[in-house]
Design a protein. Structure first.
Length: 122
């Protein structure tokens, strides 16, 4: 099965509380990383690129991104690959005649015969 490198960017809302003489000075303090963060909120993760990765490039990227683990064996490094198990009930698609949902025109699951988003609560 091929390996895919999926690169993302995370977005956070950060807050700082600064006591100083002006808003400009408060912004300078944050820009200079002189203030401790007050709070943060994760807003979103956006996929920026996806491409196939061969084993040699995977190992090169692993060593580049995790230099402190460079001495690990290849087996240890490959243990960081997330392998999708297609044999689980969650990954098997039901026959369209046996399910109570369908996809709308945008690829979103909706209750069959409606435009209402398909959600099951347990």
């Amino acid at each position: 099965m091929p390996k895919y490198l999926v690169e993302t960017v995370d977005f956070f809302r950060m807050r700082y509380v600064i006591e100083c003489e002006s808003a400009e000075h408060a912004k300078d303090v944050v820009t200079m990383k002189e203030a401790e963060e007050f709070s943060q909120l994760h807003l979103d993760e956006t996929i920026t690129s996806t491409r196939i990765l061969d084993d040699a490039e995977y190992l090169r990227l692993f060593d580049e991104d995790n230099a402190y683990l460079k001495d690990w064996s290849e087996e240890q490094k490959f243990n960081y690959v997330h392998v999708v198990d297609y044999n689980t009930p969650d990954m098997k698609e039901l026959d369209p005649d046996q399910r109570d949902w369908e996809y709308d025109g945008c690829g979103i699951k909706v209750w069959k015969g409606t435009m209402q988003r398909y959600e099951v609560t347990e």
